[in-house]
Design a protein. Structure first.
Length: 156
């Protein structure tokens, strides 16, 4: 979890590959109205996020019921969002990709996301409730180093 530009998708894909499990990107599950709103540079509200979080939780519970392990890349900015994602799951571990805001701004200035403009970073930073119960990784490190640290911390 982390704000836009933290590297959730990049790190998540590599971690899932190293673990031999499925990777899911929460961005792929936003309803069209959320995508359109963000594309216009309008930050999502809690009301916008709740159905999306419920859908992600249902996906995770379904995979867990099947005995599958999943790496999910998701902003999960607030504690209440993380609680909703983990609701009903027997196993859920959280990794927080922490990055200096100056690094984030530079990353976002040089990338093109399909709907998330760099202008929304400040609203994400304002919304972020850094978790106290997560494995925290410096997302300014090389991706391989991040994955190595995550695996060691989670004993995977």
């Amino acid at each position: 979890m982390g704000v836009s530009g933290a590297g959730k998708t990049t790190v998540g894909r590599l971690l899932a590959a190293r673990l031999g499990c499925e990777f899911l990107d929460a961005d792929d599950f936003h309803p069209p109205d959320n995508v359109a709103k963000m594309a216009r540079g309008v930050a999502l509200t809690d009301a916008d996020r709740w159905p999306w979080l419920a859908r992600l939780n249902a996906l995770l519970r379904g995979r867990e019921t099947q005995g599958a392990r999943v790496v999910l890349a998701c902003s999960a900015l607030k504690q209440s969002y993380r609680e909703r994602l983990a609701e009903g799951l027997a196993r859920c571990r959280l990794v927080y990709l922490r990055v200096d805001p100056a690094v984030l701004r530079a990353r976002l200035a040089s990338r093109a996301h399909r709907y998330m403009p760099a202008s929304l970073l400040e609203s994400q930073l304002a919304t972020l409730e850094a978790p106290s119960d997560a494995v925290t990784v410096d997302a300014g490190l090389p991706v391989e180093a991040q994955v190595t640290r995550i695996r060691a911390a989670l004993q995977l």
